[in-house]
Design a protein around this ligand. Structure first.
Ligand code: ATP
Ligand code: MG
Length: 788
């Protein structure tokens, strides 16, 4: 009798699972063809048929979530102990695990701390503030942001380059004679900025930045080493070293299996190569059509590299799709087939045609989001018992697009989960800006003061802020009032002094308060605030993902503009007085910054209250600003207790949806400028991203777009994405009328209904329960379709 892990596999899948362990294998296949399933079954096969010790198996997944899912799947076929012993996780997690054990082999201590991205940013931020570098950059009229420096360093590490490699290149391109280092380190030594200044004659701006980046890189590395810590890139770099230089690696781990191989970068490839070099027991699964991380240096060429490095590699293609209905697959393939350079491959649907994916156009983004939320509710209501909110995925191109959908679902009372991100109103940049506006509305509001008094960084340290609180307590004033008086010289400065640092904060709030009192709406206030505190520059300087954060800021302006429209606030042309910074210009003496957790220590957190509770007790008029703040704060209240088991609609980005599947998928905002993203450099990668998104759907796929949308607070007319417009022939996407979102259920024939049912059925975890549900679904939909 066949073992459980082989049951139901098709011929090609079976060949892949039973492929001899010592012959390198590439399983290349389209979405939903069972690649991940085969990889899991192959692990079970190795353990149960080849008596491989689970501890010598290393399974690499793209995300931590995928590793958890794989563990759950394996748990059904192996013992708990066997699953525990398998080394499983992302490349980062696996490297951390191996390095912990074999640290001494690469010359580091095993008790290293993993330095996360935020921590790395802080280190670089500090280095950029150091006076000789600051002076040097100033003398060359060059600005170098934290984000740029950080991504330079990170990119170099991802390519396996050291600071000295960068310097070598620099010397060879800038015609400066390499200086031989006195240290033990190989390669040319670093110049001091003073030295460099003297040699700058022939350097252009790019060369100077290259040099500074190399210098910062070296300094950053020293800091990490001094602290015995490794950043995310180091985990991979040291991993390569560990696996590459130790012949014993084959005894630590014999069998290497990698999922989503098309999205590995060159360092990750080296890791895999090193791990599998001696045993050559390596299996990878991948799909070039789903490579969507080129923007993060993923190299689809790694597939060819592997065939070169492991000469006996064999390939198995899987050609049957088990995930989606025939018509979902047809639409998806029609999208990706427009990429003329793509290598065609076969992908047959194993499910019947099913209902055609539909395309819906709405007059506005609001209308689109509320229709989607309404449709989800209606589907679940009509197919209750079979479809739950867990079965629905909303896949967005950017995370900033989630705000309108979060709000629409909340209005419909539909619970949601945000996968791989935070809810819109919990995002740092959104909270920062709201805190400023809260202070405009209510200067005594302590949590807001604590949140933004040093955002952007003004060099105010914890001690100063603590002292402001103490003085405020003693005088019975708010800390903002104390700060204001100190700034205006009506009160003596405190220790450590704040007067010279707090000027722009006080003046910005004054300007905003004046505008608010003249009736300015929230959108105008946010725009002015962004100018006053130079928030975009601040994000650029401090956040690696500043573009995505800036999108969230713009989305907040959209929300504020919608509120202005609702409230009938007149449009407000702001001509406010320039900030008189005077002698209290932006001064930054490098005093410690603090983060959100530290705020708790300062006593801000415990006084956090709902704004309506903290608002002044006396009756005050409902200003547009106050209405906006209240709506924003209420938006943070999802009304959901975090019950783990409660079904929820998943809202996520197309990138984070990779490898996952849902019976019902909505892809909103399929518009020009979004698919492809206006920011993207590689149009074909954008097309593949839409393909990945469409192929997540099992039974029903909805594409939606709006003919106009709020962008940056203004109504903009939008066109359907060209990726979709070319395939809206009758055979692929059905342009559905708005009626579909009315009271009637989806137009399903009995046969189509059975298709959906079978899709749900086959992927069910508890198939017995699902069989019952499926029978119920058929009855339900047939009855409603035929009006019985
Ligand atoms: P992606 O490229 O999107 O990661 P994949 O190729 O990894 O997709 P899987 O996630 O492994 O595909 O499988 C897709 C779905 O098809 C899963 O629900 C899986 O259980 C199901 N499936 C795979 N093979 C079979 C089969 N032989 N019989 C029934 N269902 C199958
Ligand atoms: Mg997969």
């Amino acid at each position: 009798m066949a073992s459980a892990h082989l049951v139901g596999l098709n011929q090609a899948q079976l060949r892949a699972v039973e492929h001899p362990p010592h012959i390198p294998l590439q399983i290349l296949a389209g979405p939903g063809s069972g690649k991940t399933k085969v990889l899991t079954s192959r692990i079970v096969h190795l353990v149960t048929r080849h008596a491989v010790s689970p501890s010598s198996i290393c399974a690499v997944t793209f995300t931590n979530k995928a590793a958890m899912e794989m563990r759950t799947r394996l748990g059904k076929m192996l013992t708990k102990e066997q699953v525990r012993q398998i080394k499983m996780g992302t490349f980062h997690a696996l490297c951390a695990q191996f390095l912990r054990k074999y640290a001494t082999l690469v010359g580091i201590g095993g008790n290293f701390t993993v330095c996360d991205a935020d921590e790395s940013k802080k280190i670089i931020g500090k280095m950029l503030k150091e006076s000789d570098l600051k002076e040097f950059l100033k003398s060359c009229s060059i600005t170098l942001s934290e984000g740029t420096a950080m991504s330079r360093i990170s990119q170099s590490k991802a390519k396996g380059l050291t600071p000295h490699d960068l310097l070598d290149t620099w010397h060879s391109t800038s015609h400066t004679a390499p200086r031989k280092g006195k240290s033990k380190e190989k390669g040319p030594s670093l110049l001091t900025y003073e030295h460099l200044n003297a040699e700058l004659g022939t350097c252009n701006t790019k060369q100077i930045i290259d040099y500074v980046a190399a210098n910062l890189f070296a300094q950053y590395e020293r800091t990490l080493r001094d602290n015995n810590s490794l950043d995310f890139d180091d985990l991979l770099v040291y991993g390569v070293k560990l696996f590459g230089e130790n012949p014993k690696v084959g005894t630590w781990c014999e069998h290497v299996l990698v999922d989503e191989f098309q999205d590995t970068n060159s360092v990750q490839y080296e890791l895999m190569r090193g791990l599998a070099a001696s045993s050559r027991c390596v299996t990878i699964v991948g799909d070039p059509d789903q490579s969507i991380y080129g923007w993060r240096s993923a190299e689809v060429e790694n597939l060819a590299k592997m065939r070169r490095d492991f000469a006996t590699t064999q390939q198995i293609m899987l050609e049957d799709n088990y995930r989606s209905t025939g018509s979902i697959l047809a639409v998806s393939l029609a999208i990706v087939a427009q990429d003329k350079a793509r290598i065609k491959k076969t992908l047959n649907a194993t499910h019947p045609q099913g209902p055609k994916p539909t395309l819906h156009c709405f007059p506005s983004d609001q209308a689109e989001a509320s229709a989607v939320a309404h449709e989800v509710k209606r589907l679940v209501a009509h197919m209750g018992g079979v479809l739950s909110f867990d079965d629905v995925g909303i896949l967005l191109r950017y995370n900033s697009l989630s705000r309108v959908f979060e709000s629409a679902f909340r209005k419909e009372g539909v619970p949601t989960r945000i996968l791989g991100g935070q809810r819109f109103f919990e995002r740092v940049e959104v909270k920062d800006l709201l805190a400023y506006l809260q202070l405009v509305d209510n200067p005594a509001y302590l949590p807001a003061f604590g949140r933004v008094v040093n955002v952007p960084a003004r060099g105010l340290g914890q001690k100063s802020i603590q002292e402001l609180l103490v003085v405020a307590g003693k005088k019975g004033m708010s800390p903002l009032e104390v700060a204001e008086r100190i700034y205006e010289g009506r009160m003596p400065d405190i220790k450590p002094p704040v007067k010279r640092k707090i000027g722009d904060f006080i003046l910005s709030l004054k300007v905003l308060r004046k505008l608010a009192s003249e009736g300015a709406g929230p959108a105008s206030l946010i725009r002015r605030l962004l100018e006053l505190v130079q928030y975009e520059t601040y994000l650029q300087k401090t956040q690696e993902d500043w573009e995505s954060r800036w999108e969230n800021v713009k989305e907040l302006i959209n929300f504020a503009s919608e509120m202005e429209d609702d409230l009938g606030v007149r449009s407000f042309d702001i001509e406010s007085p320039d900030l008189d910074k005077g002698e209290d210009d932006w001064v930054d003496n490098g005093e410690d910054e603090y983060d959100e957790e530290e705020l708790d220590d300062l006593g801000f957190a415990e006084v956090k209250t709902r704004p309506e509770e903290s608002a002044p007790a006396k009756t005050e008029p409902e200003t547009p600003l106050r209405a906006f703040l209240q709506a924003s704060m209420l938006s943070t209240d999802t009304g959901q207790t975090d019950e783990k088991d409660k079904p929820k609609v998943t809202i996520t980005t197309c990138h984070a949806a990779k490898g996952l599947e849902w019976p019902v998928v909505f892809i909103p905002v399929v518009e020009e400028g979004v698919f492809p993203s206006a920011r993207a450099e590689d149009k074909e990668e954008e097309r593949r991203l839409l393909y990945v998104a469409c192929t997540r759907a099992q039974g029903l796929l909805y594409l939606t777009h709006a003919s106009s949308r709020m962008m940056n607070g203004e109504k903009v007319f939008k066109k359907l994405s060209e990726f979709v417009s070319v395939i809206t022939g009758p055979s692929e996407v059905r342009r559905a009328s708005l009626a579909l979102f009315s009271e009637s259920p989806p137009e399903m024939t009995y046969g189509q209904c059975r298709t959906l049912a079978s899709v749900l059925h086959r992927t069910a975890v508890d198939s017995e329960q699902r069989t019952k549900d499926v029978a119920e679904l058929c009855v339900l939909v047939v009855v409603t379709t035929y009006g019985g």
